[in-house]
Design a protein around this ligand. Structure first.
Ligand code: INI
Length: 153
């Protein structure tokens, strides 16, 4: 029987982070969490590229571009979609989630889904380094693990 786990060794891995500027009070914290954690796992600062897109809706397209560039071992997507008074929230969430799921399935490299979809700004802040952890840190760990699993298949 063979069992495969991914290690948390991030050495010699080029990583792209695609982050939304919209709700940047949250997304800056997510990016900081991801970068700090990647560096803890051995990724060099010079191997991290951050692509700042206008909003979450633009994340899938630029994620696709980073994959097609063949420059990276993996991608982390980071955004914060917070419910407003209109149904715009639902359309953005739906579009982004479905597109990233589709991209992930067909991508040659792992793509992490770090887009918060919350009812309130407080819930988003809680998940960006507050009392409910930091989705960016989580994505950094999971991405390195996924890359190292795929390298063993
Ligand atoms: N973009 C976000 O990243 N978060 C949001 O909460 C949000 N809301 O609520 O509107 C949002 N909208 C902008 C959207 O992602 C696009 O940038 C815009 O529609 C242009 O395509």
């Amino acid at each position: 029987m063979n069992e495969i786990y991914g290690t948390l060794n991030g050495q010699n891995k080029k990583i792209a982070i695609v982050a939304a500027q919209f709700n940047e009070v949250v997304t800056k914290k997510l990016v900081k969490g991801a970068v700090t954690q990647l560096e803890k796992l051995g990724v060099s600062e010079s191997d991290i590229t951050i692509l700042w897109v206008p909003g979450a809706f633009e994340i899938p397209r630029i994620t696709k571009c980073t994959i097609e560039s063949q420059k990276f071992a993996g991608v982390i997507t980071l955004g914060a979609v917070v419910r407003g008074e209109t149904s715009h929230f639902d359309y953005v969430c739906q579009g982004v989630t479905a597109s990233i799921a589709e991209i992930t399935l067909h991508s040659s490299i792992p793509v992490m889904f770090g887009i918060l979809t919350t009812n309130t700004m407080k819930q988003a802040i809680d998940r960006a380094g507050g009392k409910a952890g930091n989705k960016g840190v989580e994505c950094a760990n999971d991405l390195i693990e996924m890359i190292n699993i795929e390298n063993q298949i």
